[in-house]
Design a binder for this molecule. Structure first.
Ligand code: ZN
Length: 142
């Protein structure tokens, strides 16, 4: 399979490995996704989507902790990395887009079951038809 050879490649380069994504992680990840097969973000919206990645709710920043040389910080990072209470199953789409946007902007991201964004400041919720103010469609930056 392509995924397996890609993983070996990453391990050899040390990129994913240095962030803590070892063989042990792959095993733990597979087990977790077996037990939690649905995307948590989609589930919040009442939708069912198969999860394919584990997201760390609080980023462990394992590599930064290692590089800092601070054993307390490293222990805390490892704890975060391996703590299942810090894991949530996500589909690839949610992991790549929704989560990153939420971290960067602090906004509520996603839609409710009617398809309207959950974020009350989303332009769709601000500029209703006839409500005026629709001119200001400049995307806000962090
Ligand atoms: Zn999802």
């Amino acid at each position: 399979m392509r995924a397996a050879s890609q993983r070996e490649h990453d391990d050899r380069r040390g990129s994913s490995h240095s962030r803590g994504y070892t063989y042990a992680w792959q095993q733990a990840r597979a087990q977790f996704l077996l037990e939690n097969p649905l995307c948590a973000e989609h589930a919040k919206q009442g939708r069912m989507e198969p999860a394919s990645v584990i997201d760390h709710i609080q980023a462990p920043r394992l590599r930064e902790a290692r590089e800092s040389g601070d054993p307390t910080r490293l222990a805390a990072a490892q704890q975060l990395f391996w703590s299942r209470s810090n894991w949530q199953p996500l589909c690839k789409h949610c992991h790549d887009s929704v989560k990153q946007r939420a971290e960067k902007s602090g906004r509520v991201v996603g839609c409710d079951s009617t398809g309207l964004p959950l974020d009350p400041f989303h332009p769709w919720n601000r500029s209703r038809p006839g409500g005026g103010g629709a001119k200001n469609s400049t995307p806000s930056r962090p």
